[in-house]
Write a protein that binds this ligand. Structure first.
Ligand SMILES: *Cc1c(COP(=O)(O)O)cnc(C)c1O
Length: 408
């Protein structure tokens, strides 16, 4: 009989979002008239920017003629898009990133898991706790961990707590690690990392020959100019970091699919017999073999994000969601809750009331206010005692949800 990848069996059975759906379904069966407001899953709700739609419609027209038709494109993405990104997202911020170092993809969820293809076994891996579950589960699937304990923490992973006590700052580990996943602005806590904190990580990584995997999917939500948008704003990052970016949250491409990964040509790794190789070549080889690129139409849509109309429309989208986040923060604080995040990220991270755990608070909001959020414990053991509300919703729903919570 065919053998399966048994690592999949180590994955925790009760994954977060299926368990939320199960509880919501039970509730809806018993309360068919309830008007649920979903502030749970991190998906956008506003339509695509008009500039992106227009560019994609023109691209479809290109495809209708022999002259404008595009078949397979470069696996790394079209150079015109990579050049636009390098100029606007990096060079304009003083980051030394060239178009060749940018790899266009269909999502940073896949890139942040696929990157393990080019990394060897035996790396000591650190993740924050709470964490975006993709980083952990893809390491489990790739056989880079042992089994989970009763808290759901995997043997072989180092967990770096992010909590109110440490101001949601990822502290440098005492034990040496080889691979570190950082996500700022952070999902789920909504916290950000200052230039100082990121510099400490870059210095640590360079000192220990470690690699930082930096997920900047939420950089567009940063409101203060002194908070770094990219790890490449930090001196030395070209020798120790890979960055993941996505058009999902800034431009609403969650269903359209376009993202990119930056791998500096200066980034090195070591083979099993001690030879030094560059990671860029390995990723380029990986993508050329296993990936056939993002559609021409979608890449034209992504290019329009950087046009002057596109930029203005995205700014408006981000402001819209950030206003929602402000309404959530203000109302919850007004109702006596302690809230974090929501200032540079579309997530508000709430401390659950004393003696109420994350899932109890989930059931409480579902039953008493018909609001669906996300229990912090679903993102890791250190998320226990917290709860995430997302700002991705209509103004009407956010206001109604806050009215309900205020009158509890
Ligand atoms: C939404 C999100 C992404 C984006 O993933 P895509 O596959 O590009 O849609 C990446 N990282 C985090 C932490 C996210 O929350």
């Amino acid at each position: 009989m065919v053998k399966v990848n048994s690592n999949y069996l180590k994955l925790k059975a009760g994954y977060l979002f299926p368990e939320i759906s199960r509880r919501v379904n039970v509730f809806c069966e018993a309360n068919s008239k309830a008007d649920l407001i979903r502030l749970g899953i991190g998906d956008v709700t506003e339509p695509l920017p008009e500039a992106c739609c227009r560019a994609m419609k023109l691209a479809i027209e290109d495809m209708e003629s022999h002259k404008g038709f595009h078949g397979y494109g470069p696996e790394q993405g079209y150079l015109w898009l990579r050049e636009t990104i390098a100029k606007n997202d990096f060079q304009s911020r003083g980051c030394d990133v060239s178009p060749e170092e940018i790899f266009i993809s269909d999502g940073s969820k896949c890139d942040s898991s696929n990157i393990l293809d080019i990394l060897g076994q035996g790396n000591h891996i650190a993740v924050t706790d709470p964490v975006y579950p993709v980083y952990v589960d893809s390491n489990v699937m790739a056989g880079r961990t042992g089994s989970a304990d009763s808290l759901g923490q995997y043997e072989g992973l180092s967990y770096i707590p992010l909590n109110a006590e440490n101001n949601f700052e990822a502290e440098i580990p005492k034990k040496a690690v080889d691979l570190i996943y950082l996500c700022f602005p952070n999902n789920p806590t909504g916290s950000v990392a200052s230039k100082d904190q990121l510099s400490k990580w870059v210095d640590y990584a360079n000192e220990h020959d470690a690699l930082i995997l930096f997920d900047a999917a939420y950089e567009a939500f940063i409101q203060d100019s002194f908070i770094p948008h990219s790890i490449f704003e930090i001196d030395g990052a070209r020798n120790c970091a890979i960055e993941f970016r996505s058009f999902s949250k800034n431009a609403g491409f969650t269903g359209t699919r376009c993202a990119f990964t930056v791998i500096p040509k200066t980034l090195k790794g070591k083979t099993a017999n001690g030879d030094i190789v560059d990671l860029w070549s390995l990723w380029n080889r990986r993508q050329s073999t296993k990936f056939n690129g993002v559609s021409y139409i979608v890449q034209r849509g992504a290019e329009a994000v950087y046009s002057s109309e596109g930029r203005a429309q995205i700014k408006e989208l981000v402001s819209f969601y950030m206003k929602n986040a402000e309404i959530i923060r203000d109302n919850l604080s007004g109702s006596g809750y302690t809230v974090y995040g929501g200032k540079h990220a579309p997530y508000v991270w709430i401390k659950t009331p004393t003696n109420i755990d994350s899932w109890q608070f989930f059931d409480f909001l579902l039953n008493k206010a018909n609001i669906v959020g996300t229990p912090g414990s679903g993102f890791g053991a250190a998320g226990e005692g917290y709860f995430r509300l997302s700002a991705f919703n209509s103004r009407k729903n956010v206001e109604e949800a806050m009215r309900r919570i205020s009158s509890l």
